[in-house]
Design a protein around this ligand. Structure first.
Ligand code: DOR
Ligand code: ZN
Length: 346
């Protein structure tokens, strides 16, 4: 039985770092585990332009210790009014790596998201041309569609068309939660990939709803049936290269989660690698962990893997019940549970 595992320093291809005190409280956790991260733009107001992304990047770097070995990779939030020329310039100037498509009102701070996706074709064309990656929150917001079906319907109604129409556009279906999502990524060729979160590998919808409502297991897209969780575990651990690590770590104050209308989002940044690694071990796939965590995402984004490495050691430890994010209490994923691995260096 392996007692330690050393891999290239991983990257997180989907994270929410927030702003202000919360940013100062959570960014060091991500920087400790990861060399780079694709930073989501759903602030209030959202990061919609190259200039805003540049300024946000500076705030992230200022929130980290001077010796942090971490590079934030910036994204722009697409709206009905996105300017294709500004996005292409952001990519060419080395500020933007991706742009994020949130259907309007799909999730936290997405009120400014896109209301008519088909009207964004000029933006997708400019992204395809300039090499800006399209990161997709793949859920329809149609009130007629059951929340557990929203990912599968989004793929049918929107994603299949986008991928057909813009075959050279690189598209990431973020936080895949269904077997339909897995099949879509697998059937779509080399320009389409998927990220998978730790929570969707560990939790099905029972974990959220049986024996009481558990707000700390609630995120969007919501966890689905067990068969979907099993499909995700198989996809993540398969070593295929088309699925890679994206935590979707999304901190909210404890009081905002434990509320009559609790916010969506799971704060998994503090022990994300430990959480993923446990899944790979349970699936007898430790040999594929480096590929998922450190190599495949970088290759998809056209970047080289990090030079430095991290070591995880087998050591039981209990995850704290709460973490202080510069004055805000936040409940981490796996709070109170024992994890079997621990990040030793970094
Ligand atoms: O659960 C989620 N939380 N899903 C998202 O898409 C957004 C995120 C957040 O920003 O809190
Ligand atoms: Zn997210």
């Amino acid at each position: 039985m392996a007692e330690s595992l050393t891999i290239r320093r991983p990257d997180d291809w989907h994270v929410h770092l927030r702003d202000g005190d919360m940013l100062r409280g959570v960014a060091p956790w991500t920087a400790r585990q990861f060399g780079r991260a694709i930073v989501m733009p759903n602030l209030t107001p959202p990061v919609t332009t190259t200039a805003m992304a540049r300024a946000y990047r500076e705030r992230i770097l200022a929130a980290l210790p001077a010796d942090a070995d971490f590079e934030p990779l910036m994204t722009a939030y697409l709206t009905d009014d996105s300017d294709p020329a500004d996005l292409a310039a952001g990519k060419n100037e080395g500020v933007l790596v991706a742009a994020k498509l949130y259907p309007a009102n799909a999730t936290t701070n997405s009120a400014h998201g896109v209301s008519d996706i088909a009207r964004l074709d000029p933006v997708f064309a400019a992204m395809e041309e300039s090499g800006l990656v399209l990161c997709v929150h793949g859920e329809v917001t149609d009130p007629e569609i059951d929340i557990f079906d929203r990912e599968a319907v989004f793929i049918e109604r929107h994603l299949e068309r986008i991928v057909r129409r813009f075959p050279r556009l690189r598209v990431v279906l973020e936080h895949v939660t269904t077997e339909e999502g897995v099949a879509f990524v697998q059937g779509s060729g080399n320009n389409v990939a998927g990220t998978i979160t730790p929570q969707h590998l560990h939790l099905n919808r029972n974990a959220m709803l049986v024996g009481g409502m558990r707000p700390h297991a609630y995120c969007l897209p919501v966890a689905k049936r067990e068969k979907h969780r099993l499909a995700l575990r198989k996809a993540a651990t398969s070593g295929s290269g088309e699925f890679f690590l994206g935590t979707d770590s999304a901190p909210h104050a404890r009081g905002d989660k434990e509320s009559a209308c609790g916010c969506a989002g799971i704060f998994n940044a503090p022990f994300a690698l430990e959480s993923y690694l446990q899944v790979f071990e349970d699936e007898d796939a430790l040999g594929n962990f480096e590929s998922f965590a450190s190599l495949d995402g970088a290759a998809f984004y056209g970047l080289t893997a990090n030079e430095s490495s991290v070591t995880l050691v087998r050591e039981d430890h209990v995850v704290p019940e709460v973490i202080d994010a510069c004055g805000t209490p936040v409940v981490p994923f796996h709070a109170g549970e024992t994890l079997r691995w621990r990040l030793a260096s970094g």
